[in-house]
Design a protein around this ligand. Sequence first.
Ligand SMILES: [Zn+2]
Length: 176
Amino acid sequence: MFQKSKFKPCENCQQPVFPKEINCPYCGSPIKKDFLPKIVIGILLLILLSTLAIPTKGKLEKERKRIVSVGAATVDVSNWAKNKNKKAMLDKIGELEGKIVELHLQVFVATHLSDYFGIVTVPSDGIPGTYLMLYPKDGTETAFLNNIKAGQTIKIRGKVNGTYLKRIKIEPAFLI
Ligand SMILES: [Zn+2]
């Protein structure tokens, strides 16, 4: 059964007409198609999506500026990898959770994933293996990271954020 709300009054004779009718069954005048609501819903959805996207980008940029510009707050990670004992290593990671680190790292493999690069780095010189979620600042950095080869070194700053693939995860990470 049709619900009452599905009917609209005919503009000519005011009789309730099912909007899918081409002509009013009472007076025969053409029924106007209601395109507007779909367009309005579409526009509202676009506005909603863009307002969701902008704060995320703005927030990331704020985070980048903070992490890149912070001075003495960087943590010394030398001797980090020398903790062969797994528990000692995990304790050390626990201590550094949420702290900002600055590292020269050797790239093992880099993968472009949506808006960031997932980068696995090689442990060396007291620096542990890391997994970076590195967000490029602009097109130049994106191009640089897309062409990066295993063995190349990068200098980054980022926040220690747990572990991933038995490595120290640094998220977000930024080139400096
Ligand atoms: Zn009518």
